[in-house]
Structure formats: C-alpha cells, structure tokens
Design a protein around this ligand. Structure first.
Ligand code: SF4
Ligand code: SF4
Ligand code: SF4
Length: 251
C-alpha cells in the first residue's frame, strides 16, 4: 500500500445509511484522515481518482448497470470492502426476489416500468471477489473504524464468528423466546453489541447475516420447544433474505 493510501466510497442500490454511519464517526475519523486520503465520497465531496487502495461499497446489485459499475470499481481497487447488509447479503433489496419481477416493477414504477429494467438483487460477492465484509443494517461505526485501522496497519480483520446469543447472554438479557418472541440471534453473526436488538427488547432479525456454520439443529430444537417450525419462524425474517435461504435449505 502507498505511504498515504487512497480510500474510496461508492453506493449501489441502498439507502446510503451505511455511509452516514461512516460520517457519524465524526472526530474519530480525523486520525484516519492523517494516514489516508479519501479520494471519492459522494456524501461529503466531489473528487475522484484512477486507482483506489481500499474501496468501500454499500448497496446491492439490482440492475445491469450496477453490475457494470461493480466490475469497473473492482478493476480499479486493491482491497474491496462490502459495507453493510445490502452489500454483504443483498439486504432489504432481496425482498423483491420472492415476488414476480414484473409485479415489483409495476408496483414501483407503474406504466413506466419498462424504463427501469432490473435483475434479481444480489450481494457484491455474487459477482466480484470481496476482500472484507462489514455486516449490519446499518453498519456499526466502531467496527468500521476497526476495519480501517487494520487495513491501514496491514493486519487482517477478524470479524466476530459466533452467534448474537453469546453477547446477549453476557449482557444478562432474558431470552425473548421465553417471552414468546421468536429471535434469530441463535444463528446470526454477532458484532452489534452493545447495541444488539434484544438488549432493547427487540428480536434479532438477522441483519448481520449467518454466522459461519450456524447451529441450525439447535435453532430448530428451540423452535420445536415452542411449537414452531423453521418455516413458521423464517417467514417472519424475509427482510434479510440471505438468512432465510441459508437456514431454509438446511431445514
Ligand atoms: S445495509 Fe441498511 S443502512 Fe446500510 S445501505 Fe443497506 S439498507 Fe441502508
Ligand atoms: S435467541 Fe435472541 S433473545 Fe434469545 S439469547 Fe439469543 S439473541 Fe438473546
Ligand atoms: S441483534 Fe440482530 S438484527 Fe439487531 S443489530 Fe444485531 S444482528 Fe442486526
């Protein structure tokens, strides 16, 4: 990497909430700006460059144009970081994958639907090699800072690879299943603590995607204990389709 590496940020189909989380780092970004140049960041400036040492891309691929863009970005980038659930697991964009594509286009664009051709929503790694993933909807600002620090220091970033339940238990929460509320923390990758949803009384809906090798049997045992099947539970969790597909195919 150059003495002062170049960083770039791009958005595909998304709400740009993950880039806002980057801006929300505020003064914690200053030490990074001393060590690296942000050459592309539409939310904050209008510059650009021919090559990027590290590129952060939020959003899913939902059009042929997105597909062209991610390939161009990849070709100009040394290290590609997928930023947030849309980029890592296709996120909320993948909800449309469960419906007829024509119906979806007509619902959004009405009689102009032909003007906006689209393809099934997919994460970046479905089309180009991704070097690092930062999960969550939105991302956690502290995790972003940790990833950038590791990259600038040439160290690998080791993302949490255990389920949300571990942090939930450490926080002393009473399991929501005991209150009759299905929660996906048992198979979802941790890393959102201390802001994890169950600490605020909300079920985990899987925004960080599946932990590697999820213990789906344990998840099914918990569901069975409460008289539910995998399908009953996962119907509720289609907001983050990656979770649904991965767990359902093992059901
Ligand atoms: S992951 Fe969530 S917050 Fe981030 S861009 Fe996608 S929808 Fe927005
Ligand atoms: S299932 Fe949800 S509420 Fe229960 S321990 Fe796991 S994360 Fe916490
Ligand atoms: S608890 Fe689940 S849904 Fe909530 S932030 Fe963490 S991973 Fe996302």
């Amino acid at each position: 990497m150059a003495d002062k590496p170049t960083l770039a940020f791009f958005s595909l189909a998304c709400c740009e909430g993950c880039q806002l989380q980057v801006l929300a780092c505020e003064e914690k970004l200053l030490p990074i700006l001393e060590k690296a140049d942000i050459v592309r960041f539409r939310e904050a400036s209008d510059g650009d460059a021919d090559h990027y040492d590290v590129t952060f891309v939020e959003g899913s691929i939902v059009t042929a144009h997105d597909l062209e863009r991610i390939k161009e970005i990849r070709a100009k980038t040394d290290t590609l970081v997928a930023l947030g659930a849309c980029a890592t697991i296709a996120g909320v964009n993948a909800v449309k994958n469960f419906q007829d594509p024509d119906d979806v286009a007509a619902y959004v664009y009405g009689d102009k639907k032909e003007w906006f051709p689209h393809i099934a929503a997919r994460p970046l790694k479905a089309e180009v090699p991704v070097d690092v993933e930062i999960h969550g909807c939105p991302i956690n600002s502290d995790e972003f800072l940790e990833v950038v620090t590791c990259l600038l220091m040439g160290k690998p970033y080791r993302q949490p690879n255990y389920p949300v339940c571990v942090d939930c238990k450490l926080a002393g929460n009473v399991c929501l299943w005991n209150k009759g509320i299905p929660c996906l923390g048992v198979v979802t990758r941790a890393g959102c603590a201390p802001l994890m949803c169950p600490s605020a009384g909300h079920k985990c809906i899987g925004c960080r995607g599946l932990v590697d090798n999820p213990n789906t049997q344990a998840a099914k045992d918990v569901m069975a204990e409460f008289g539910l099947t995998v399908d009953d539970v996962l119907r509720e969790f289609r907001l983050f389709q990656g979770i649904y597909d991965e767990v359902a195919k093992e059901a």
